[in-house]
Design a protein. Structure first.
Lengths: 322, 395
């Protein structure tokens, strides 16, 4: 089959799959949060509340699209679309099974870090284009945060790359299948790298406790203050996309990807991703929020140095032990 | 009464024009409120920002002004309790208590012992409810409505709900009770109510560790609140700040102990203080006060005397209650501090002038002093920790 046709088919399938999984993620998060807060959660649309997300989307689609008079219309309108696109583009190199992968690039890890970094641009565009002070403050925080947390993210992602000796994500998964999952052995490298990666990913995708760019108690709604209707819906969706895709990437790099007991398959990927997603939402509904300067201090004082130490330790391990 | 001293150290005037602070700086003027989600109602601040650091903060109040004081001049003395219920809408019990106490003082009316004990019991239950709401909304300010903050918030509201149910059993309404009257109380305690209160207190006490783990014992919470918004005791005294905010600044002052009213001369209050003066100290003091109030409620219930609940003559028409010429001030310790009412009576059925001294208004006066140098995130935390209720600020 032609490479492009194949990529298009699988890519389309992956996008549809991820998008439809968002409905389940939304439902699971709402129900989980409700249980944590001794509430019932959505149960009006249908008894299980599963259709609540659908009805929310329908509501957002019907809403009037308000563009502030003094907004930069091009930036303002393009930002939500680019945001969602940048989040989805990361999924292209994630192998969901041995064959289900959009494009198995030789520089897969580099690609996903680079495309992940691009996602700060739509945030900046939204913050600047809205012509709103709260949005600008939110964008300012988001840029500082994303640029800083890029460093520990790259350092953490280097650990599997060095161990597997390849930047191809499927090679990393294959290496883990032939050796051990990275968090199992060498766990003294794998577990810290995994934690570091998840922390940096949380910060990159602006989730609590790192969600200060849109801190609704301080900045009203941060970058999304001026957005309404489905444009806001796209931002909202992007957040969930980030969470799901970041979990999928972490599962591939550290948890053995689609490999697992009883043979490899897409179901392992699905299970691992959702375990991570649930963990992220568990954190989200039990933690408060950092202040932006504390966030920076955490990154530069703790995460970056420990990332450097981790990379050096991995290099020594690769040279002498493995 | 403990000695309260005020230091004479001069302070820079925080209201100077912004040009006099730093004419070169490129500052951003951020209109914070009145529709901002974290201003606890309709409060507005003009924040002059250098990046995220606040250089100058100017608070504006009055967006919730309902002319309560003027309304009280037009209504007869008997008709005023339901109006002041809406002032501090988080603690209506203490509002009406403060109002009827000043009328009783002017009429030289003896309140029956049972009524005084009931008032103290209601006030302490209200204090628990109010402090729970304060801690809940404070964590909402720190953590956001879609996150851990809302979890703590909902836990606090779940507990507060128990107390609202108890008040509903007594007065028939969950919020604006209108149960205090001149000379006593309107509703007697229903049969078996004491057991319900004790069960509710038991439940609240057993659940305290749950939200303590989410708030004051939480590492993130401490990071966000310790050393943030330090309010010196001397400044607090100068500005007339009272209540938990004052006690968190190391000033041991509580009207329940220093000028006992209702049943507080018989049931002694252990006053909780903290020395930090920061947001964390204010939260700690509130949590301690909840624990102390639970203890007080139990003591008040156990010692609840029998007898009449009202000493006033039954009035058939509201115009029949007339207060002789004179003026009086009575202050009581509400959950937010000293709520004072000053009445000038001219011998008719209406007051000539009725002035309410809301503790929240004085708490807000601290903002221009403690906000400069903090970030926007801290501004939200500081405002939340002062626990202002706009209903009573603007009246």
């Amino acid at each position: 089959m032609n490479e492009f046709v194949r990529g298009g088919l699988y890519g389309g399938g992956i996008i549809v799959g991820i998008m439809s999984s968002l409905l389940f993620v939304l439902w699971a998060e709402r129900k989980m949060a409700a249980r944590m807060q001794s509430r019932i959660g959505p149960n009006i649309i249908d008894p299980t509340g599963f259709l609540q997300a659908m009805s929310d989307v329908l509501k957002l689609l019907q809403k009037e699209d308000i563009i502030p008079e003094k907004a930069d219309r091009a930036l303002f309108n393009l930002a939500p679309v680019f945001g969602a696109a940048a989040a989805l583009a990361v999924a292209a190199v994630v192998p969901f099974s041995a064959s289900i992968v959009g494009a198995d690039l030789d520089v897969g890890v580099l690609y996903l870090l680079a495309v992940g970094a691009v996602s700060v641009l739509p945030v900046f565009a939204a913050g600047w284009g809205s012509n709103n002070k709260f949005a600008l403050l939110g964008a300012m925080r988001a840029i500082a945060q994303s640029v800083s947390y890029e460093v520990p993210l790259v350092l953490a992602a280097l650990v599997p790359v060095m161990l597997a000796g390849s930047m191809k994500v499927s090679d990393i998964v294959a290496w883990q299948a032939s050796h051990h999952w990275l968090v199992v052995w060498p766990f003294f490298l794998g577990v810290p790298a995994f934690v570091l990666f998840m922390l940096a990913m949380l910060a990159e995708s602006n989730r609590i406790p790192f969600d200060i760019p849109e801190a609704e108690s301080e900045l009203v709604a941060g970058i999304t203050t001026e957005y309404s209707g489905m444009k806001f819906g796209l931002f909202y969706m992007t957040e969930y996309l980030h969470t799901v895709i970041a979990s999928a990437v972490a599962a591939s790099l550290f948890l053995g990807g689609f490999d697992g007991p009883g043979g490899p398959g897409i179901w392992w990927m699905v299970i691992k991703t959702f375990v991570l997603v649930v963990a992220i939402y568990w954190l989200r509904w039990s933690l408060l929020r950092f202040r932006s300067d504390q966030l920076m201090a955490l990154c530069w004082r703790w995460l970056v140095p420990s990332g450097v130490v981790l990379v050096v330790a991995t290099a020594l391990w690769v040279v002498f032990a493995a | 009464m403990t000695q309260l001293t005020v230091s004479a150290r001069p302070r820079p005037n925080p209201y100077l024009p912004i040009d006099s602070l730093d004419p070169e700086a490129e500052l951003m003027l951020l209109h914070f409120g009145p529709q901002h989600p974290s201003t606890h109602g309709v409060f507005r601040m003009d924040l002059y920002l250098d990046g995220e650091i606040i250089v100058k903060a100017v608070p504006y109040v009055g967006y919730l002004h309902r002319a309560v004081e003027k309304l009280c001049e037009k209504l007869t003395y008997v008709q005023q309790t339901p109006i002041v219920d809406k002032n501090d809408y988080v603690a209506p019990m203490t509002n009406e208590q403060a109002l009827v106490m000043v009328f009783e003082a002017m009429l030289k009316l003896e309140v029956p012992r049972r009524a005084r004990w009931m008032r103290s019991l209601f006030a302490e239950l209200q204090r628990i409810a109010s402090h729970l709401l304060a801690i809940g909304t404070f964590s909402l300010d720190l953590g956001g409505a879609l996150g851990g903050g809302s979890t703590a918030f909902i836990y606090c509201f779940r507990e507060r709900e128990l107390i609202l149910d108890l008040f509903e059993d007594v007065t028939g309404s969950r919020f604006h009770y209108n149960t205090h009257t001149i000379g006593g109380n309107r509703h007697d305690l229903p049969v078996g109510w004491g057991a319900k209160v004790k069960a509710a207190l038991e439940l609240i006490e057993s659940r305290m560790p749950e939200f303590a783990a989410l708030t004051i014992e939480n590492h993130l919470f401490q990071q966000r609140t310790k050393g943030v918004g330090v309010l010196e005791g001397a400044l607090a005294l100068e500005l007339g700040i009272t209540g938990a905010n004052l006690r968190a600044s190391g000033v041991d002052h509580d009207l329940r102990r220093d000028a006992p009213y209702s049943a507080y001369d018989e049931v002694k209050v252990k006053v909780a203080t903290a020395s930090g003066g920061d947001c964390y100290a204010r939260s700690i003091v509130r949590v301690e006060e909840v624990k102390e109030s639970i203890r007080l409620c139990r003591a008040l219930l156990d010692g609840m005397p029998e007898g009449p609940i009202n000493s006033g003559k039954p009035v058939k028409l509201p115009v029949q209650t007339k207060i002789p010429v004179g003026q009086t001030y009575v202050g009581i310790e509400t959950p937010r501090g000293e709520l004072g009412t000053w009445v000038i009576a001219d011998g008719t059925q209406n007051p000539y002038r009725l002035k309410i001294r809301p503790p929240s208004l004085h708490a807000l006066a601290a903002l221009p002093y403690i906000l400069p140098g903090q970030t926007v995130s801290d501004a939200v935390a500081i405002l939340g920790s002062l626990d202002p209720i706009m209903g009573e600020v603007d009246r």
